[in-house]
Structures are given as C-alpha cells and as structure tokens.
Write a protein that binds this ligand. Structure first.
Ligand SMILES: [Zn+2]
Ligand SMILES: [Zn+2]
Length: 400
C-alpha cells in the first residue's frame, strides 16, 4: 500500500474526542495472516474497490495476506486481490464474527464495521465501532456479568475516561486504541449484557477529571484488601486523587485474602539480594511482620524492603500482607488482589449492591475529582500515562 493512501486511511480511522466512533485494532498482539469473516446479525456490504457485495448472515469470506495485498474468497469463488477490504454494516444491530485461521485463535464477535489492510507484514483488522458499544464491551471484559447497574456505571466512566484520554495512543499506527492490556481489554461483543449497555448509555459522555479539568488516570484493581494504595507507593508519581482510603466493603469478597508459603532459604536469599545481612537475624521471629494497614515497606534487620518488590519477586497477588516464620517456612497472609491503586472493584460492587450511586462510588475511591461532560475537559494540557513495571515504575508524559 502506498504511503499517501495509508496516511489518508489513518486520518479517517483516528477519531476525535467528540466523535461517536472509535477505531480499535483487533487481535493486535497476534501476527494475523488469514481470517475468516462471517456476519452473525444484521446485514453487511463487502466493499472491494468500487464494487459492493451484499453479505448476509452466515455467509463466509476468507481473507489471506499475500505480500502487501489481501486475497479475498467467498464459499464459491475467488474475489480477487485487494489492498483494502471494508465490511460495512447496514443496520443498527450488525454483528460480525472474526475467526483468525493463521494463527489459529478463538473467534470473537464484533459490532459495527471492520476494515482490513496489510501493514507491518500482517493483516490489520480495525473495528470502527460506536464508542458506547465499545465501552460496554470493555466494561464486560473487565468486570464480568451479573453486577449491579451502579457498579457498571462507575466502571463505564473509568473505561470512557481512559479511552478518551488515550485516543492518540496509536496515532502513528493509524487507529485509536488496541484491544490488548496495553490499552484496555476488549474482546468484542462477548455476551453483550443488556444491563451493561444500559449502564453505559445512561452515563453517555460523562468522564472523570481532576481539579484542573484534565482526565484522571482512572486506575482500578480487583480487591484492595481493606486499604487502597497511594499512587506514589506503587508507581513514581503522586496523584492528588490516587490516595489511600480505608475500604470496609471488600474485605468479605472473593479476592479478600490469600496465603502463600515460601521456604525460609528462598526468603533469605531474596533478602540478601536486597542487601540484608541475614546472619544478623538470630531468632526467626525477627522475620515476623503484622501491619494493621497496607504496608509500603517490610522492615527487617534495620532495613526497609518495598513490599511491591516482594510482590513482584514472589509473584504475590498483592503487596498487602503479613509475614509469619514457622520453622523453615515463611507464611505470607495476604489481603486483596492487584496493585491497590484507585477503585477497588469488589468494594465498589458491594457499595452498589447496598444502594450507593455511581458518583458516590467514584468519589469514594478518587479524591477531589469531578464527573463532567466531555465538553468540559481541558484538552490543552499534557496527559500522564502511568505504566506499572515489575519492580519500579516508568512514567511517560505525553505532550499534546
Ligand atoms: Zn494499545
Ligand atoms: Zn477494597
């Protein structure tokens, strides 16, 4: 594909804050080479150059990369080789199944339109989708079915705030967001839970901003274990709205507690790698540690080891734990699941089931924030992107 055409396509695919459509790269982490495409609802047009072919439900189209082009075939015939294939929905309820054959990946179903072209020596499959349908799917992927509506509303605001703050994240590649954890998990329609879509539409255009009217980094995690974490204790940057709060709502939930046993020898070796002189520890009770609140450090032999480093090294579910040494075993009694910053999903679910409204939930976990219409967002300032790294933190600042 020539460069000019690619740039033109890129401009068409990248949408602005006010656009009702977003473009998402599908199976973005995979090196797609052959895909089977089948409409499952509504009706589609397959656009090849100047010709349009109607595609009904269950009709099959194969798309294979051949060099820089796409070989297109239906069940009966070869439809030629093209630089770009567009599959455009004709109703409000269109859905289409994409089944990657090479490599083989389980099929997913998507709403709205699909564009396919070759770039980076692979097929790119871009879903041009209504923004609210996309957000509802992200909420479903990140929080699962059968939750209360107010929880889904809170999670919709988080997904929308992230999406709109990062519309330019893949600008150079010609689309808005990818479908992996690099951006937000997006698995297509999944069950397309009607309650989730209702909650998303009920909060249409609402986002979360800080006191300077910029999008917040709407961090969330599964369970905080009773206390959320300060941003700067997990990452490098303090954020006025990502501060530790006590949470009594999640402590009875599924991910509230866990236990891991580590051989004492392994524990000692780790401490030595952090510069601790373990020969000075004469009584194994000196390893014990019973924090009442979320700890930032594990104190040992006059040293302080950041608990996030212990979490990372031993692949613990969280950095909130107590330590008990029993003979040759270190028992870790942990609380919560995830980094602990921002909204605690299991706490928020419990709040919603007790009748809390979404704005009260948002304001509980994010301090001094405002829920506003996107038209009120200050877009002239830079966006901070916080990336969680294994031991330390990298903070990238994107200048607009
Ligand atoms: Zn991405
Ligand atoms: Zn919690």
């Amino acid at each position: 594909m020539n460069r000019t055409l690619l740039v033109t396509l890129s401009l068409l695919l990248c949408t602005s804050l006010y656009s009702q459509k977003v473009s998402i790269s599908l199976f973005n982490d995979s090196n797609l080479n052959t895909i089977l495409v089948t409409p499952t609802e509504g009706s589609y047009k397959l656009i090849l150059g100047n010709s349009e072919i109607r595609l009904g439900v269950d009709q099959i189209v194969y798309l294979s990369r051949v060099g820089d082009s796409i070989l297109v075939r239906d069940a009966n015939s070869n439809l030629g080789t093209w630089s770009r294939v567009s599959i455009v929905g004709q109703t409000e309820e269109d859905a289409i199944r994409l089944k990657p054959i090479l490599p083989s990946i389980p099929a997913r179903v998507y709403s709205d339109n699909i564009s396919i072209y070759v770039e980076f020596n692979r097929l790119m499959a871009i879903n041009m989708i209504d923004r609210e349908k996309y957000i509802a799917s992200v909420v479903e992927a990140e929080s699962g079915p059968n939750k209360d509506e107010e929880f889904y509303k809170a999670q919709s605001l988080i997904a929308r705030t992230f999406a709109l703050a990062h519309l330019e994240k893949h600008k150079g590649e010609g689309f808005n967001l990818c479908d992996g954890t690099h951006c937000q998990a997006y698995k297509g329609k999944m069950n397309f839970d009607k309650d989730i879509y209702k909650a998303t539409v009920a909060t249409k255009d609402l986002v979360i901003v800080d006191t300077t009217k910029q999008f917040i980094t709407a961090a969330f995690h599964s369970n905080c274990g009773g206390f959320t974490a300060n941003s700067q204790d997990v990452w490098l940057t303090p954020k006025s709205y990502l501060v530790s709060v006590e949470d009594r709502y999640c402590t009875g939930a599924r991910n509230a507690s866990w236990e891991v046993k580590i051989p004492l020898g392994k524990w000692k070796k780790f401490l030595q790698s952090k510069g601790v002189d373990t020969t000075a520890i004469t009584d194994i009770k000196q390893y014990d540690f019973k924090p009442k609140e979320r700890p930032v450090y594990y104190p040992i032999a006059n040293q302080k080891i950041p608990t996030i480093q212990i979490r990372s090294n031993f692949k613990l579910r969280s950095a909130f734990f107590s330590v008990t040494a029993v003979k040759n075993i270190i028992r870790i009694d942990g609380r919560g699941y995830g980094h602990g910053v921002g909204l605690c999903q299991e706490g928020a679910m419990q709040m919603a089931s007790r009748g809390w409204k979404y704005d009260k939930i948002i304001n509980y976990y994010y301090k001094k924030v405002k829920i506003v219409n996107i038209s009120e967002v200050d877009q002239t300032r830079s966006i901070d992107i916080i990336i969680e790294k294994k031991d330390s933190t990298v903070v990238q600042t994107e200048k607009k």
